[in-house]
Design a binder for this molecule. Structure first.
Ligand SMILES: Cc1cc2nc3c(=O)[nH]c(=O)nc-3n(C[C@H](O)[C@H](O)[C@H](O)COP(=O)(O)O)c2cc1C
Ligand code: SF4
Length: 611
């Protein structure tokens, strides 16, 4: 069913896959658009999504502006630029929508009736500009705790006038927006809504309310509805990796079961074509919205339709995009897709002028990404791997609870390497002599990192284990007292894993916080899990000695049976200095600088393009 047509209002969509709004920080700081933003949306259309929604748009500046790069539609001067986006999206046979938003206000109860009317008018004027700029419709952001959601929710709306009190009154603002849009843009202009089917807070919108709200939205003339989440914990709308695939499809399903006849859109963590198909087949929704899914692989629809689904790079939920957009205020980036935010000219892989013999040393993700890109460009690529499996450090990253999605990445590389006919030599320790006798034209070194072992008294004791040997199953601990040295991501996840094996675990960290570099929502999730599993931690603490039955740290002596080292890694780069003088050589991934998936893949991609 994914590839059957459907109508939203008067608009026929070529399939049931849409791209929902995802803010990018790619626009200019004056709110105007640029080449990166045009390409970003055109690329999702090119990949086969039938409808592409432009991110949250500012309808009233400065009062309604959120973030320094929010694209604006509050003035006619933005129409020409925006029309370039609709034009590009249309050229691939997709419909162009934009999301109109007004941010959360401090206190929704203190807005005057005039202010409410004025904001509704701003929504309508923005919709008219969207129409003039050839957008096929607009989406009203009525979810996620923004103003419309605040007005709908009994949690925030305690007004005693015609905009508050019973459900009918709380819906009046959404109705007013619709009436004004219809009177300015005509009754045929398509207006969708992201609906808060549930607020996920006590005294907020309940599922039953959500169904009632949807029924009234249907009556008001909305053309389609997302079964989305309301103003509760942000984690519910930007869910970390540990959430199961499609966990909130039920928010669409309740609308369908409640008798909503409008197209109902399911959203959130939908990653696999088979899973998406099942949602539609079972009648839980009429359309699927794929957000991060299409950030990671904009060609998901084309690949799924043409039976190439194993070529899809599936979003694993690493939250790099959220870290960029929400934590840092930097341009959107994707942990898995290094072309996000770039231009078409950056993305096109130019065939190599001379076919080179390339040896990639290391089948971790940096090496495999480099190998794939180099091979696609026509080079003859061989990977040398010292183990008898691919994936490198990712094989242990998948082990802690909730990290299973990372396996998708190994599956992707495995498939692509076979499809492209890239040879892999397993159990191949690389020596200078081996390389020299193979005489390659270029070498890509992706040899990863080794464990950092600080010079602490007792570090060589028998009761000291490296976290890697816990996660790869070489050492099984159960019912023991364990201290994990190092509270970075690997340390915390190893601690979580150990506690799930019935161990009593304490983390000792030198810094004042655990995992300071993690994206906030994922970090909060992890900290909550540590708490749920009763993992203890000591911060601001340097370990000075490991004894047989205790660890001595600067501010505590902790009794234990085993000490687990998780102090990070050191690049394994010893081959580089030698080969760099003799061959075209690239040093990437952890062997260049110990980093995250995003670093490994972007460096692998860059090396594959450069070679
Ligand atoms: C980086 C990022 C930015 C987002 N920006 C918006 C936005 O501007 N407006 C909106 O309604 N939803 C926004 N979302 C939510 C997405 O539209 C979508 O509902 C959510 O990511 C769940 O779907 P997914 O798992 O397919 O990504 C954003 C999500 C992400 C990850
Ligand atoms: S950055 Fe991570 S979570 Fe975001 S789209 Fe890419 S893979 Fe998914």
């Amino acid at each position: 069913m994914l590839f059957s047509t459907i109508k939203i209002g008067n608009l026929k969509l070529k399939n049931r896959i849409i791209f929902p709004p995802i803010s990018t920080n790619l626009a200019n700081t004056d709110g105007s658009i640029n080449e990166s933003l045009i390409y970003h949306y055109a690329r999702r259309a090119k990949g086969g999504a039938s409808l592409v929604t432009m991110e949250n748009m500012c309808i009233s500046c400065p009062d309604g502006k959120s973030g320094i790069t929010e694209p604006r539609i509050d003035d006619d001067i933005f129409i020409p630029g925006l029309s370039r986006i609709s034009y590009s999206v249309h050229s691939y046979g997709s419909a162009a929508f934009m999301e109109l938003t007004y941010p959360k206000v401090e206190n929704v109860n203190s807005l005057s009736e005039k202010e409410i009317n004025d904001i509704a008018e701003k929504f309508a004027q923005a919709a008219l500009r969207a129409k003039i700029a050839h957008f096929d419709g607009v989406e009203i952001e009525a979810a996620h705790g923004l103003l419309v959601n605040q007005m709908l929710s009994p949690y925030t709306n305690r007004r005693t006038d015609i905009f508050g009190g019973n459900l009918q009154n709380r819906l009046r603002f959404a109705g007013l927006i619709m009436d004004k849009i219809k009177s300015l843009c005509g009754s045929n202009f398509n207006v969708m809504a992201r609906l808060p089917v549930m607020d996920f807070v006590d005294n907020g919108i309940t599922i039953d309310d959500g169904v009632q709200i949807a029924k009234l939205f249907e009556k008001m003339g909305y053309a389609a509805i997302h079964g989305d989440v309301g103003l509760g914990n942000k984690e519910k709308r930007l869910e970390p990796m540990q959430y199961p695939e499609g966990w909130r499809v039920y928010l669409a399903e309740v609308l369908k079961n409640g008798g909503i006849r409008l197209p109902v859109i399911a959203v959130g963590m939908i990653r696999n074509p088979g899973f998406a198909e099942e949602i539609l087949e079972s009648g839980k929704a009429d359309i699927v919205a794929l957000g991060r899914t299409l950030i990671t692989d904009p060609d998901w629809p084309i690949k799924a339709e043409s039976g190439r689904e194993r070529e899809i790079k599936r979003c694993v939920g690493c939250s790099e995009c959220i870290k960029a957009r929400h934590d840092e205020g930097t341009a959107i980036r994707c942990g898995l897709n290094p072309t996000v935010g770039k231009l078409e000219s950056d993305e096109i892989l130019v065939m190599a002028q001379k076919k080179k013999k390339i040896i990639v040393i290391g089948a971790g993700i940096a090496g495999m990404e480099a190998a794939i890109v180099a091979s696609m460009r026509g080079h003859d690529v061989e990977i040398w791997e010292k183990e008898n499996f691919i994936g490198g450090a990712l094989n242990i990253a998948v082990v802690p609870p909730g990290k299973e999605k990372l396996k998708w990445l190994i599956e992707y590389y495995d498939f692509m390497i076979k499809k492209l006919g890239i040879r892999i030599k397993f159990n191949q320790e690389t020596t200078k002599a081996d390389i020299e006798s193979s005489n390659p034209d270029a070498i890509i070194i992706a040899t990863g990192a080794r464990c950092l072992i600080p010079d602490i008294k007792g570090i060589k004791n028998d009761n000291v284990i490296h976290s890697r040997n816990i996660l790869n199953g070489k050492m099984n601990l159960s019912g023991k007292k364990v201290v994990v040295g190092g509270g970075g991501l690997v340390g915390c996840e190893t601690a979580l894993y150990l506690s799930s094996q019935e161990n009593d675990v304490t983390i000792v960290e030198m810094l004042p916080m655990l995992c300071p570099d993690m994206e906030t929502l994922s970090r909060n999730y992890l900290l909550r899990e540590l708490e749920n599993h009763k993992v203890k931690y000591v911060l601001n603490s340097t370990i000075t000695e490991i004894r047989e039955k205790s660890v001595v740290a600067s501010n505590a002596e902790i009794s234990m049976d085993y000490f687990v080292i998780s102090f990070g890694g050191i690049p394994v780069d010893s081959l580089y200095a030698y080969f760099n003088k003799r061959y075209e050589t690239y040093l990437i991934g952890d062997s260049f600088r110990v980093g995250k998936i995003v670093d490994a893949i972007s460096q692998g991609y860059a090396a594959g393009k450069a070679v």
